[in-house]
Design a protein around this ligand. Sequence first.
Ligand SMILES: C[S@@+](CC[C@H](N)C(=O)[O-])C[C@H]1O[C@@H](n2cnc3c(N)ncnc32)[C@H](O)[C@@H]1O
Length: 251
Amino acid sequence: MDIGAYHVLELQIASDPVDRRRCMPAIRSEHRRILDVGCGAGQTLIASRLGADVTAVGIDCDERALSLGRQLNPGIRLIRARGESLPLASGFFDLAISRVALPYMRTDAALAEMARVLRAGGDLWIVLHPFSMVWDELKASLARRRWRTALHRAYALANGAALHLTGRQIPAPVRGKDRSFQTEARIVRMLQSLGFDNIRVERRRFFVVTATKRAACCNRARAGHFSWPARHSRCRRPPPCSTRPWTKRAW
Ligand SMILES: C[S@@+](CC[C@H](N)C(=O)[O-])C[C@H]1O[C@@H](n2cnc3c(N)ncnc32)[C@H](O)[C@@H]1O
C-alpha cells in the first residue's frame, strides 16, 4: 500500500469510534503537552481532536508523511527527527505516545528518549508488535516467495530475540531498516529501569503498554547513564522550564 494511503486509512480508523481496529490512547485533561513518536501523518493526534490549548508535537523520520499531516491539520507541530534522538527539551511533555512505530526503531534508545522528554508523573502509551505478528509476516512472505521481505522479517525475529534476551538490538543491515518484535517481560524491565511504574500491558493483535514516569525522577536521566534510584542523589537540579519544547539539535 502507498504510504500516504496507509496514513489516511489509519486516520479513518482512528476517527471511527466503532471501528474494531481502532486503538487510541486515553487522553486526560492534565495532558496539555502531548508527543507522538513515529507519528506518520499525525493521525493519532488528529483523531484525538485535541483542544486549542493543548500543545501537540509529532515526530517522524518520513518527510512525505509529515507533509501530508501538515495539510490534514496545520495545528499540530510535526518535526522531522529520529525517535532515537529527539530534538526536544527534557521533562516537557505530560503524555508521550507511540503507536506501532517503536518496532521500526532502536527500541531501547527511543524509549529512553521518550522517558527523557516526559515530565515526572507524565504518562506513556505505546503500541508494540508481538512475536506472532512478525512470525506470521515471515510465513506469508515465504509463501509468496518474497525473499527480500522474508530475509528482513528473519532479521526482525533475530533482533526481537536479542532484545528479549539481552536488552540490546542487532544493528539494522541497512540504515533506517530497524525492525524487531517486543516481549512483555523485556519491555516491563526496560520501563522499570527507565524510571516508570504503574506499568500495564493489554494484549490485542498488537500489545499496548501504559506506564507513568515516577514522580521526583530526574528528567535529564538517560538510560544507562545511571540507574534508579541513584538518579535522585546524582541530579539535584529541577527540570528545565520552557514553553517551547523543540531545540536546535539537527536531525
Ligand atoms: C507503522 S507507521 C505508524 C504510524 C502511526 N504512528 C500510526 O499509528 O499509524 C511507523 C512510523 O514510524 C516512522 N519511523 C520509523 N522509524 C523511525 C525512526 N527511527 N524515527 C522516527 N520515525 C520512524 C515511519 O516513518 C512511520 O511513519
